[in-house]
Design a binder for this molecule. Sequence first.
Ligand code: BGP
Length: 460
Amino acid sequence: MTTEFPKNFFWGAASSATQSEGREPHDGKGENIWDYSSKEFNFRFYDGVTTEHTSYFYQDYKEDIQRMKEIGFNSFRTSISWSRLFPDGVGELNQKGVDFYNQMIDELLAQGIEPFINLYHFDMPIKLQEIGGFENREVIQAYADYARTCFELFGDRVNYWFTFNEPMIPAEAGYLHDRHYPYVVDFKRAAAVLHHIVLAHCEAVKIYREMKLSGKIGIIMDVIPVYPRSQHPADLEAAEMADLFYTKSINDAILKGKYPDKLKSVLLEYDQLPEVTTTDTALIASTKIDLLGINYYRPRRVKAKECLPNPQGVFSPEWFFDNYEMPGRRMNTSRGIEIYPKGIYDIAKKIQNEYGNIDWFVSENGIGIQEEEQFMENGIVQDDYRIDFLKEHLTYLNLAMKEGANCLGYHMWTFVDCWSWGNAYKNRYGFYRLDTETGEKTCKKSGHWFKKLTENHGFE
Ligand code: BGP
């Protein structure tokens, strides 16, 4: 084996409740912002596909878990849908939701697949969004109650918990960049949302510790490594600012227990600081996680700004840098993002050198391809590009591990083609193909390759 991984390495994939479960009549689930926005703002979703018709995991979970086993998974991450458990976000529990998650967790365990359970994957219950979602401090308490309930219900069997998937995204996409509901564009409100998410994370970790459960708790981050166009000081400064706003802000709060001083002074200068109390600061400082998940898809390349920001424009991190399109960059044209496998190595080094070499795993990595049926031969998607993508990323990951990175596993995005925020079913990421007309799920070539990878603990 030229690229060999430890025998106890976690192999699997990630998914999320809203993107995979779908809805059934009388399932008792309440609406979340995606159920709501994919109907009310349907034009924003590719082909107008709503959350109702996602990948049928709610009904197919047994067969799906069997499919996972068939391609060698020993672990699988998904999320609990807050609004399936608590239709109003707080108050009465939906027993059908409790039963579903109990059965799903038990089935995973019965098949020898370790459940990695995440509490929040962008899916605010609509009732709580009506009172401001994470902009409202009351919602932190509602989230803490929800987290406690999940630990009480499932904590005896779930050993790996995650508080949030990509905590930056609900703030950035929902309150600054007009991609997620409530489609607000206001930096200061985005900053408040992010800060409250950090506090909600801390509250959940605190509760988990108080309950003295024996598992591990952490968070899933989307760390986008930043590369400057050149070593010119202006480009370096641009890269530093992009990193400060989009990565260090949240990474330092979670992993170092404080927001970066430079960020605080920039936000103070532009009157964009959210309210942060001394109690908040103490809570953040005292919260430690056990395990970090890293989602990696692409690098961020930046350069010094070409033009001054619009003086009437909304304050934004993009006031300090421009995105840079490097000539010759390798693109995934379906998704419009660069493919840069070495980024995974650079992240590993950063965790090793700047964040105490904490235990971590690749919690998402993958390639979304449009019109994948064009690669179908004899009923199987011949996704050699996905196998190459995997090999290249795993090779860099392996190198970092040889150099001491504490990486414990690798989860691909995703198990079976799933619905996505805005792009709906446009780009396909799965090891299994989903026929959206019939609901049929068939293993792609990459799924068969993954099975061999897990059997051999590596590849040639
Ligand atoms: C991550 C999210 C996932 C998933 C993935 C693929 O950021 O955590 O939920 O959607 O990106 O991205 P997309 O679906 O936008 O192509």
